[in-house]
Design a protein around this ligand. Structure first.
Ligand SMILES: [Zn+2]
Length: 83
């Protein structure tokens, strides 16, 4: 039985802090779940996240990135704190 292929796509995602757009190379498994991703534009860095590709500029501090994450996904941050 041939396996369904993994899907490699180039998506554009904005920096979660300032919104600057980066090209992101994203790998999805046959079920459509995010497997891995790489920021292909210079100046952007990958923010490890199991659900969706997230990027931020290199110039932002870790704190800025964390604050932006909480702003964009408040429920998620709280869930993590509860555990
Ligand atoms: Zn930025």
């Amino acid at each position: 039985m041939p396996q369904k292929p993994y899907r490699k796509v180039v998506e554009q995602h904005g920096c979660i802090v300032c919104g600057r757009v980066y090209n992101v190379f994203v790998l999805y498994n046959p079920a459509g779940r995010l497997v891995d991703f790489t920021v292909t534009d210079p100046g952007g860095k990958k923010i490890p996240n199991p659900d969706r590709p997230l990027v931020a500029c290199y110039l932002h501090t870790e704190e800025q990135v964390k604050e932006a994450l909480v702003k964009h996904y408040p429920g998620k941050a709280q869930e993590e704190e509860d555990e």
